[in-house]
Design a binder for this molecule. Structure first.
Ligand code: ADP
Ligand code: MG
Length: 362
């Protein structure tokens, strides 16, 4: 059991390169928290600071109410699983998993029981006498996780554990990690990935990192349905949420926004003070649907189509100088290139942003 508390945590490398600042975050016992963000945003750095592998240069880290900034990694009750699983090649699965316990001078009976328990959880029992070279990539990753489970840590840290696996195996191993977490409801896990699907499927809460800090913390569906800012709006979801510039022309319980190609209605409430405000209207590609000309939030000529089988992506010209607008229609649609299409979205699916921030959070 462990909860973690980060207060104003920051990291500066070599006294001058500031990578993270002002990180405030509380993680409760039993949570599976996912850090997600673009490459280089400091995910691994933050995880390594929690593990004690990297010095915390500002703020405090508490585990179970105790400040551990200066506690060495081995005494933090934490286990870390890396992207490269680095098993000992000359040792069997059993010996790889037992290694840390042998070093800690545990009794043979204790080691045997711990290895058996972990192998059972990870479906590795029948592979205990094999060498790593006789295992698949996914099985090797499970052995790496097994090495940490035998130590019964309070907190598990994972740094992109699936990124060396091929696509099919990633999905299978992702589901295994979710099942493993269910078998260990008391253990706290912090999981780093740049893959938003992994984040959405595994996390109890997601922490989106950007610009040296936290862009938003919330449940996966919070981030999808109520992004606080344009960065999160476009980071979660694929293709990214469309942002179309416009002007507020009607306020109240519903807000009307005039766009280049129509008028969008949003369920985000506004007041008279918002009249004339320049906003970006946020609509996910999957929320756009064809409609009659008089209802159109957006009208455009299809420039490119991509038929993916389950869905067809329609690409329209950019509106007001932003990115192309994308609509994702279910099923296969042939020959739409060059056609003019009117699109709308349900008001509760239409987000509003001003200066990069959602009006929902003002
Ligand atoms: N030892 C180091 N010295 C200086 N800069 C570093 C060091 N380690 C990482 N960085 C820098 O810190 C930033 C964050 O790195 P990292 O935490 O690895 O990002 P992520 O895991 O999100 O891809 C990057 O710009 C990286 O170049
Ligand atoms: Mg990293």
């Amino acid at each position: 059991m462990a909860d973690l508390k980060l207060t104003d945590v920051g990291k500066t490398y070599g006294g001058k390169v500031e990578v993270l600042k002002g990180i405030n975050l509380e993680i409760e016992t039993g949570e599976l928290i996912v850090f997600v963000g673009p490459s280089g945003c400091g995910k691994s750095t933050l995880l390594r600071m929690i593990a004690g592998l990297e010095k915390i240069t500002a703020g405090t880290l508490e585990i179970d109410g105790q400040v551990v900034n200066d506690v060495p990694p081995s005494q933090r009750g934490i286990a870390m699983v890396f992207q490269s699983y680095a098993l000992y090649p000359h040792m069997t699965v059993r010996d790889n998993m037992a290694f840390a316990l042998k070093l800690a001078k545990k009794s043979a009976a204790e080691i045997d029981a711990a290895v058996k328990r972990a192998a059972d959880k990870l479906q590795l029992t029948e592979y205990l006498d094999r060498l790593p070279k006789a295992l698949s990539g996914g099985q090797r990753q499970r052995v790496a996780i097994g090495r940490s489970i035998v130590r019964d840590p309070k907190v598990y840290l994972f740094d992109e554990p699936l990124s060396n696996l091929d696509a099919a195996l990633r999905v299978a191993t992702r589901i295994e990690i979710a099942q493993l977490k269910e078998q260990m409801p008391e253990s706290t896990m912090v999981y780093v990935t740049h893959d938003q699907v992994e984040a959405m499927t595994l996390a109890t809460r997601i922490v989106v990192l950007a610009d040296k800090g936290i862009a938003q913390v919330g449940s996966p569906l919070d981030l999808y349905e109520r992004p606080e800012n344009e960065f999160v709006a476009q980071f979660i979801g694929s293709p990214a949420m469309n942002l179309i510039p416009g002007e507020v022309v009607g306020t109240g319980a519903q807000t009307r926004v005039k766009l280049e190609g129509g008028v969008a209605t949003s369920a985000v409430p506004t007041t008279d003070a918002h009249m004339g405000l320049q906003v970006n209207v946020g609509i996910r590609p999957e929320d756009l649907q064809a409609c009659g000309a008089d209802e159109a939030a957006f009208t455009g000529v299809v420039e490119i189509t991509e038929k993916l089988g389950e869905v067809t992506l329609l690409y329209f010209k950019a509106q007001g100088g932003r990115d192309p607008v994308i609509a994702k229609l279910p099923g296969i649609h042939n020959g739409m290139r060059g056609e003019e299409v009117c699109l709308t979205a349900a008001p509760e699916k239409v987000q509003l942003f001003a200066n990069g921030r959602s009006l929902l959070y003002r």
